[in-house]
Design a protein around this ligand. Sequence first.
Ligand code: NAD
Ligand code: DAU
Length: 351
Amino acid sequence: MIFVTGGAGFIGANFVLDWLAAAGESVLNLDKLTYAGNLENLATLDGDDRHTFVQGDLGDATLVAELLTRHQPRAVLNFAAESHVDRSIHGPEDFIQTNVVGTFRLLEAVRAYWGGLQGSAKENFRFLHVSTDEVYGSLTKDEPAFTEAHSYEPNSPYSASKAASDHLVRAWHHTYGLPVLTTNCSNNYGPYHFPEKLIPLIIVNALAGKSLPVYGDGMQVRDWLYVKDHCSAIRRVLEAGRVGEVYNVGGWNEKPNIDIVHTVCTLLDELRPRDDGQAYSRQITYVTDRPGHDRRYAIDARKLEQELGWKPAETFETGIRKTVRWYLDNPKWVANVQSGAYRAWVQKQYT
Ligand code: NAD
Ligand code: DAU
């Protein structure tokens, strides 16, 4: 089996669902169930004995050691993290605790487990660390996209904590020989995306008749990848990636935020027109910019394409249409994630 951390979050849950559909091999899923973790994301697996869920912290060394010994996974994939940049600006502590200290403790537990393996089990074992393009910092308009050789220049507490975790993973390979793989991916979107992030926030606010907050001038550029393409990239890197290597993952879909917001509005105009017949774009409101806001991210994914033959299956046009449809088809999921804690966050961030 494989051992996944953070498998009740947005990307982790999509990965677990995809993995069981594509590979069929059992998954042990350790997740703390913070505000971002949601077992409803995995509801379709109820009764599927290939999926074992354990609520717990990746930094709980005793628990992780016990799970490793009991389940003998052939790989550990680390998705668990505090992931929202705005929250890291309001309160960086949890980001240091989970992303840095938690990754360190996980690495130590995995090193002890791997050290006790023998023969091919030891040789074939992998630790795959899921990271972000934000560790590379911000690009100007004309600079080339991030390659794996780009220097680390993290600018937010979130990206600094992810950069620290990447460095730990690298060092555990270099010093102890732990067989690691690291992926650095661009912005994901798709089903089960928590509506504190741009795309799902715009969809749910639009449908609720609320304002659509665009930070600053809305001309910050992100490079968007449909979440299931990220999952297929991780599967491919786990299968064939060279130990100790880093692979950038991206969809060659650079877009300014304001274009993303207009695209979502136009799709909603078509699929769920407003009662008054007006365009959803009327709800767009420019708000105060994010402090230290990175201007542009762009991923050069050629290494992954050329070495491992991976390519995204979705274009932005097909992926965003599927995403908007998913939110329209799943109002119960949306209503349930907008709990008291969610409302408190929105109040804090947007007033
Ligand atoms: P998310 O916030 O939706 O989910 C994170 C999950 O981790 C949640 O289920 C949460 O309960 C769990 N978690 C948090 N702290 C934990 C802890 N201490 N112990 C165990 N579980 C804990 O995040 P996401 O968007 O799914 O991101 C997953 C990973 O992918 C993260 O490492 C993130 O840095 C990385 N990433 C995200 C994106 C993106 O666009 N969302 C892009 C590139 C990389
Ligand atoms: O690049 C990968 C990263 O993408 C991941 O590592 C992070 O975990 C993930 O959260 C995401 O970070 P971003 O900060 O790019 O995503 P977010 O959805 O928060 O914001 C996307 C852009 O939209 C960003 O430029 C800020 C802007 N924005 C965001 C919100 C929530 C707005 O203009 N208005 C908003 O209300």
